[in-house]
Each structure stands twice: as structure tokens, then as C-alpha cells.
Write a protein that binds this ligand. Structure first.
Ligand code: NAP
Length: 675
């Protein structure tokens, strides 16, 4: 029987559905099953088998912490226990197959709590169980709106929410608004869904967090062929979301929002957008922007750029079908994009000139570019709830307690290059990797060592054997570290007078990350300008989403939402979307019109944000990337433990006070003014 506690938000139909088509399992031989279980993460399998069987032997197994790069992770201490977990998993799957693979309910909640702990390797406190249950994704709508009381149809019909953007955040909002029954529409400037993955099609584009956790909670059924998917699979995921959850029809493609203005009398947002049929005004009770901050290309201004006669473009505007065979290519910029694309371009171009101002830290991930073994896909398809436990395990790797180990400065640690003992160790490991990969070009090593501590800026995940360093050892790749003086009709002139002739210039120069919401013009109450609110030291928000004086306005991936307090960006986006929906649902339920955050609460939250930022590695003064704005702080990163963000954003309209954490009280009647 389905445990009623589990079905509180979206019922269990979605995940039972996955268990229905078991024809592949019914045909599977014992050897196929025995083989497949060897490819599962043993800790994920341990929790799963415990949930299937309640086998107490799995509970007693010894767990130890092992170092994986910058984090220590709980793993099974003894190979014999790994073997036992696999054997139990195989035995269960065989008997399940032999019984005809009927629907398999998830089982009792008490057992689930323990099974989660067996996957993570530590006991999860009751106060955090909800967060990890969400990560387990048994309920696809666990991060949706939980109506306390279904509103009347007439109350819902009077509401419309505008969502801007159909990338990861916008699709999340659309799916969950639809699920909640709240009328909505989506305005998207591109001609299809996918946001950053629609736009960034440069060779080598690939996700740099595990794909299992680079999905929404409701996306757990999407089967990833790679541990870290390339662009085309990421884009396919977003297309799958739009189709599976039926939100495509509500999206107005090719429609770019120019301005948003709050109408004080009508209590509506007025949205001016340029669409396929010209300019049009839309009205909505609430707006959720999900436009990303890594979406507007940052083209440098270098003298002579417009004189170049060859092909020149930003990486996010890669020309379709471009063939670089035989071409001499300049890549300007060496952030994650530059480092990802250089090895790929080098495979076909005649020559690649890498123009590097600042090197970045690279972390090698074994098999980063490789597809997952077919056995993993087999388990995803055939082992009930395997996807869920594997997802949980991936999420746990980015748990706050793990990521903080590598990201926090030790104020008592004294070293010219590193900010904590672990940071020093990581730095040494990274430099050893650079030396190993550049063994045939040792003269390049110094130029590839970043001037700031590891984890100070966005690190780059790379394949062990095929990466920017191995590319630099090729005869057709050269590193240029002299500053660019200007671009000429035929190439690039560097300081000192040398002109490097090229056919193609690739600008891997990043995005206007600190220009939030740009170029939209946004006016709140009494015509208040967003720029005035942000004039002191750059963009800020309350919980990364609300702005005082801008009622019923929520940003997804807004200021300070690149989470450095654990889990992934998609998690922060989902928490914020749920917060927005809980606010909107709260208004609808009460027959109220507006919700606004107080200026005092906005500031109080930001004091806490700044306090937490002071201990982060990215606050190191040597960091000079988009992580630091011109005022010397980060407007993009969030240093607060995600468990606090999770608790804060959970239930703004229904809960009275969370007395345990007084710096933020994100509830109606406290930080939030409802009228
Ligand atoms: P970025 O990190 O901002 O890097 C921009 C690069 O361009 C830097 O090397 C910068 O040099 C250089 N640059 C900027 N202006 C220049 C100029 N006028 N002359 C010469 N060089 C110039 O941009 P990005 O690499 O596109 O990455 C942005 C973010 O997107 C990443 O941090 C990440 O969050 C995301 N991303 C993720 C992936 C992934 O793996 N999933 C891939 C790509 C991007 P300086 O550092 O010296 O300023």
C-alpha cells in the first residue's frame, strides 16, 4: 500500500507508472541482472535494497569517509559489504522478475527515512528529512504548490501569472503553475525551450554538474545516457519536460519582453513584448522572471573588432553547420566555455590560438566525456526506484556539509596561495595534474596556474585524458598570453607588434552576468526603478527573488542564487519557484491582491548574506571574474546553507514564525506584507 504521508503533494501515480512496463525486466537473464547491479553506486543500491526488503544486514555495515577531490564522501568501508549489497539487489530483482514484476509501492515512511540515511551514509535528522525526500523525487510535484484548501474555480480564473523565459527556471514555474491550476502564460524570446542549452551550441558544450541532479524533481524519469550530458541531450531534456508536462501550448515563442511596469491602480503588471506580430501589451497579476544571468553575451570592446574580414562570433551564437576544417581559429577567453571548446575545436581546425588573460582551475572527472555504461541505463529502466536513489546519492555529493569543506576560508590559515589546509591540498593536486598533462610542454605550466585559490572562481570540470592541457600539447594549438592590442582585418595584433593571422575569431568572453534582468526596463510601485534599488552595490534581492516596492514580482536565478551553500542551481530555482507559488497561492486563497517584501526584511536578509559571504573562498580579493561585481562583492553567488534557504522558502503563506532562525521571517504578516 502507498503510504499516505508520501502522497501528500502529487499522489503517486507518476512513479507507479514507471513500474508498469517491465517487459525488459521480465525478459532479463540472471546474468544480465548480476552484471547490471555491479554498475550501481553501492551506497545508492544499499538504501534502495533496504527500501525494497527491509534487510537489517544493510544497516549494520561500516561506512568511512573517502576523499574525492575537494570533498570527503561517505562510502562502504568493506568490499565484502559492497558485494553483499549487490548480491541482495540481484536476488531481489530476480525474484521480482519471477513474480511477474507487479507494481511495487515504495513502502513505509519510517523505513524510507532509514533507507535515505543508508544511501547518504549518515543519519538524516527529522528536521531535514523533507529536503532529502524531495531530492529522492518520489513525488514529482514535491516542490510544487501544496494547496491547504483547494480554491474556488472563480478565484483561480481571476488570476494570471506571466513567466518570462522557458529555460530551466521558466519551465519549472510553468509546469508547477499548471499543476496547481493557476492560469499562466510564458513569454520566450527564442523559438524553442531550453534557455542556455538552446543558445549555447558551441563544440564541447556540456553540463558540469551530474546530470542526475541537473534535472527538476519532476524530471527524474528522464534517462540520461551520460553522467554529464552534452548540450544536445540537455536540450532534449527541456523539450521532454515541455511535452511531457504539456506546457508548450502556453509558451509564446519569439517574444522578447522589453519592459515591465506595475500598475498601482489595477494592481497588475503591464508587460510590453516584441513578438512575431509586433509589439504587444500583456497583463498579469504576478510575474516570474526566469531569464538567467548567463544569457546575454558579453562581447568585449577591442579596437578593430569590426574590421576583421573573417568569421567572428560569440560562443553563444555559434553558426549552425560551421566547419572549421583547415581553418586558423582564435579563441579569446578561457573561462569554462573557452576551456570546454578549445579541445574540440583543435580536433578539426588547422590551428587554434588560445588568447588567455587569466587561467582557471580545472578539476578532472574520470569519464567526464564518456557515456554511462549500458548497465546503468538498464537499472534506470528496470530496477524500481533505482533512479530515485541514484539521484539522491548524486544530490548528497553536493550536500552543504560536503561542499562547505572546500568553499570556506579558514581565517587562521596563513599561506600566500591558499585559504585553508584543504584548499592548499587541492591546489597542490591541481598543479600536479597540470604538470602531468603538460609533461611534454613544461614551459606552459606557470601560465596555466591561476593567480587565485582553487574554488575562488568557477572551476572547470574536464576529462582526465581529453582537456585543455592535452589540447595545448598538440602541434596545432598555441597559447598566447600577451595582451591583445587590437583586431586587424586579417587577425589579432598582440602587444609587442606580432600579428597572428586567423580565419575565425571565437569570443568565449562570457556573459553580462552582473546586469540582472538587462535589457528589460522594470518599474515597480510609484514608478520605482530597479536600478535605484541596486545603486549602492549592485543587484540584491530578498531570498534571491523579491524586491521591496515590486509587488507580486519574483525572480528565478535572480541576484545571489548561484548556490554555494550546497546542492545545485536547479534546486535553488525550484525552492524559489515554490516560494513564489506559495505566495501566489496564499493570495488567491485569501482573496488578497498583492504581496510585497518590506525594505527592512530585504536589508536584514542581505546583512546575513554578506556575513556568510565573508567566509567564502570566492571573496578572496584575487578573484576577478563575474563572481565579483565592480563594488567588490558577489551579486551572483549565494553563500547561505541551502538547508536554511529550503526552510525559509517552504511555506510563506501558511506558517507563522520560524523562531529557530530569526534573521529571516519569510511569512505573510512578518517579512511579507499582504494587501
Ligand atoms: P567567463 O567565465 O566569464 O569567462 C570569460 C573569459 O573571457 C575569461 O577568460 C575572461 O578573461 C575573458 N575575457 C573577457 N573579456 C575579455 C577581453 N576583453 N579580452 C580578453 N579576454 C576577455 O565566461 P564563460 O567561460 O562563458 O563561463 C560563464 C559561466 O557559464 C561559467 O562560469 C559557468 O557558470 C557557465 N558555464 C558552464 C559550463 C558548463 O560546463 N556547464 C560551460 C560553460 C559555461 P579574464 O578572466 O582575464 O577576465
Amino acid at each position: 500500500m502507498q503510504d499516505p504521508g508520501l502522497a501528500s503533494r502529487g499522489e503517486g501515480a507518476e512513479y507507479v507508472e514507471e513500474c508498469r512496463d517491465r517487459s525488459e525486466l521480465l525478459r532479463a537473464s540472471d546474468e544480465t541482472i548480476d552484471d547490471a547491479v555491479c554498475f550501481a553506486d553501492p551506497m545508492a543500491l544499499r538504501g534502495l535494497v533496504h527500501q525494497w526488503t527491509g534487510d537489517e544486514r544493510l544497516v549494520a555495515m561500516e561506512v568511512e569517509c573517502r576523499s574525492f577531490g575537494s570533498v570527503e564522501l561517505e562510502v562502504l568501508a568493506h568490499e565484502s559489504d559492497v558485494a553483499l549489497v549487490r548480491a541482495r539487489a540481484a536476488a531481489f530483482l530476480k525474484s521480482y522478475r519471477d513474480e511477474g514484476a507487479p507494481d511495487l509501492p515504495i513502502g513505509p515512511r519510517e523505513r524510507l527515512h532509514r533507507s535515505i540515511g543508508l544511501t547518504t551514509g549518515v543519519e538524516i535528522p527529522e528536521s531535514e528529512l523533507g529536503l532529502w525526500m524531495e531530492e529522492l523525487a518520489l513525488d514529482p510535484f514535491a516542490r510544487g504548490l501544496a494547496w491547504k484548501q483547494e480554491p474556488a474555480a472563480e478565484a483561480l480564473e481571476q488570476w494570471t501569472v506571466a513567466v518570462i523565459g522557458a529555460g530551466m527556471g521558466g519551465l519549472d514555474a510553468a509546469v508547477l503553475l499548471k499543476q496547481a491550476g493557476i492560469p499562466y502564460f510564458v513569454l520566450e524570446k527564442n523559438s524553442d525551450v531550453g534557455g542556455t542549452w538552446y543558445e549555447n551550441r558551441y563544440p564541447g558544450a556540456r553540463v558540469d554538474s551530474t546530470s542526475r541532479t541537473y534535472t527538476h524533481v519532476f524530471g527524474v524519469d528522464f534517462i540520461h545516457p551520460y553522467g554529464y550530458c552534452p548540450q544536445r541531450i540537455n536540450l532534449r531534456y527541456f523539450e521532454w519536460v515541455a511535452d511531457r508536462y504539456g506546457v508548450r501550448d502556453a509558451i509564446h515563442f519569439g517574444t522578447e519582453v522589453r519592459s515591465l511596469a506595475w500598475d498601482d491602480e489595477a494592481l497588475l503588471w503591464e508587460i510590453e513584448a516584441e513578438g512575431p506580430t509586433g509589439r504587444r501589451t500583456w497583463r498579469a497579476n504576478a510575474v516570474i522572471t526566469a531569464v538567467g544571468f548567463l544569457s546575454r553575451p558579453n562581447l568585449p570592446s577591442i579596437d578593430g573588432m569590426d574590421t576583421f574580414v573573417g568569421s567572428a562570433f560569440h560562443t553563444a551564437r555559434w553558426p549552425e553547420g560551421l566547419d572549421l576544417t583547415g581553418k586558423r581559429v582564435a579563441v579569446i577567453g578561457t573561462g569554462a566555455t573557452g576551456y570546454q571548446t578549445i579541445p574540440e575545436i583543435a580536433k578539426s581546425a588547422a590551428h587554434v590560438h588560445v588568447f588567455q588573460r587569466t587561467p582557471g582551475w580545472c578539476f578532472d572527472v574520470p569519464g567526464y566525456l564518456a557515456p554511462l555504461p549500458p548497465q546503468v541505463g538498464w537499472l534506470d529502466r528496470n530496477a524500481p526506484y533505482f533512479k530515485n536513489f541514484a539521484r539522491l546519492r548524486s544530490a548528497w555529493m553536493a550536500a552543504p556539509q560536503h561542499v562547505s569543506q572546500g568553499l570556506h576560508v579558514d581565517p587562521d590559515f596563513d599561506d600566500p596561495f591558499a585559504r585553508s589546509p584543504r584548499n592548499k591540498l587541492v591546489r597542490e593536486q591541481r598543479i600536479a595534474f597540470i604538470r602531468e598533462k603538460l609533461a611534454s610542454r613544461p614551459e606552459l605550466v606557470d601560465a596555466m596556474i591561476p593567480p587565485y585559490p582553487p574554488m575562488g572562481a568557477r572551476h572547470v570540470l574536464v576529462d582526465e585524458h581529453d582537456n585543455v592541457y592535452t589540447a595545448l600539447t598538440r602541434e596545432n594549438v598555441s597559447l598566447e598570453t600577451k595582451p591583445i592590442e587590437r583586431i586587424t582585418p586579417r587577425g589579432i595584433l598582440v602587444v609587442g607588434g606580432r600579428e597572428i593571422e586567423v580565419d575565425v575569431v571565437v569570443y568565449a568572453t562570457g556573459f553580462r552576468a552582473n546586469d540582472f534582468l538587462w535589457p528589460m526596463e522594470i518599474r515597480g510601485r510609484d514608478g520605482a526603478r530597479i536600478e535605484d534599488l541596486w545603486a549602492k552595490d549592485g543587484p540584491r534581492a530578498y531570498l534571491g527573488t523579491m524586491l521591496p516596492g515590486f509587488p507580486n514580482f519574483f525572480m528565478v536565478y535572480g541576484p545571489n542564487t548561484n548556490n554555494f551553500g550546497g546542492l545545485q542551481i536547479v534546486d535553488f530555482e525550484e525552492l524559489v519557484v515554490r516560494f513564489a507559488l506559495e505566495c501566489i497561492g496564499g493570495l488567491i486563497g485569501r482573496g488578497a491582491q498583492t504581496v510585497d517584501v518590506t525594505r527592512e526584511a530585504f536589508e536584514r536578509y542581505n546583512v546575513e548574506l554578506d556575513r556568510c559571504e565573508a567566509r567564502m573562498m570566492y571573496s578572496d580579493p584575487r578573484v576577478n571574474t563575474y563572481y565579483r561585481n565592480p563594488y567588490g562583492r558577489s551579486a551572483v553567488n549565494n553563500p547561505i546553507d541551502i538547508r536554511r534557504i529550503w526552510a525559509w522558502t517552504l511555506d510563506p503563506s501558511g506558517r507563522a514564525v520560524d523562531a529557530s532562525d530569526p534573521c529571516v521571517r519569510p511569512h505573510f504578516g512578518l517579512d511579507l506584507v499582504v494587501e
